[in-house]
Design a protein around this ligand. Sequence first.
Ligand SMILES: C[S@@+](CC[C@H](N)C(=O)[O-])C[C@H]1O[C@@H](n2cnc3c(N)ncnc32)[C@H](O)[C@@H]1O
Length: 242
Amino acid sequence: MSEAWQESDSKVFADLGRIYTPNRDEIESTLLRLIPARADERFWCVDVGAGEGWLSQRVLQRFNGAQVIALDGSSAMLARARERLAPYGQRATVREFRLESDAWIAPLPGGVRCFLSSIVLHHLDPEARWTLFRNLYRRLEPGGALLMADLIAPSSETERDYAAEFWDAEVKRQSTEMTGSLLAFDRFDGDQWNWYRHPDPGDRPSRLLDQLKWLEEVGFVGVSAFWLRAGHAVFGGFKAKP
Ligand SMILES: C[S@@+](CC[C@H](N)C(=O)[O-])C[C@H]1O[C@@H](n2cnc3c(N)ncnc32)[C@H](O)[C@@H]1O
């Protein structure tokens, strides 16, 4: 794994990621709503850094014709994703990949309708993320989309403080609502997961405004931020049809 993400992180996140992610249900409904496909259409979707496969599973459930490739670099996450996606047979492929390398892009099917990614791409440095946006744009079929949820860098110290407090509040709320106790929040706090309070040099989030500009630079249209909460955003763009 990268310096930023270790197998020990995978074990924690596979169990607690739903609590640590601010309102994952809204992230899910936003991403699914924006996928440019009909429910019964045959198309390829790639989940970049799929973790234990929850988003891939939702795509397979919502879109009967979808074929999903779920990529991750953690053996613990890959094992969980394989188990979760096994009921979907050949509609789901779980594959190991390295985010820093572009070697995984060439073997993808010719036309990908949708690249999805949830809370992963901030592990790349900004230059590599720009290059990834460009490479994924090239692999999309016309009418396709790159849709991401990710941690974003603040534009001011005021925003940093706001995001830090809001993220803590969200994890506290979800810890109580989902488990009936604050133990999960205590773990989040103790392990210093709140990047706004505990910047980790291995995490390289960029400002939302910068990433929206990069998406336009590489050719995407309809580029926008579609959802924002506690320092996390859902954003992306579409490849125009000729
Ligand atoms: C915060 S988790 C998010 C997982 C999932 N997308 C979700 O929303 O629950 C980050 C994921 O990125 C993967 N990851 C981090 N750095 C990676 C790298 N350099 N190469 C491949 N995968 C990586 C981790 O294994 C982990 O599953």
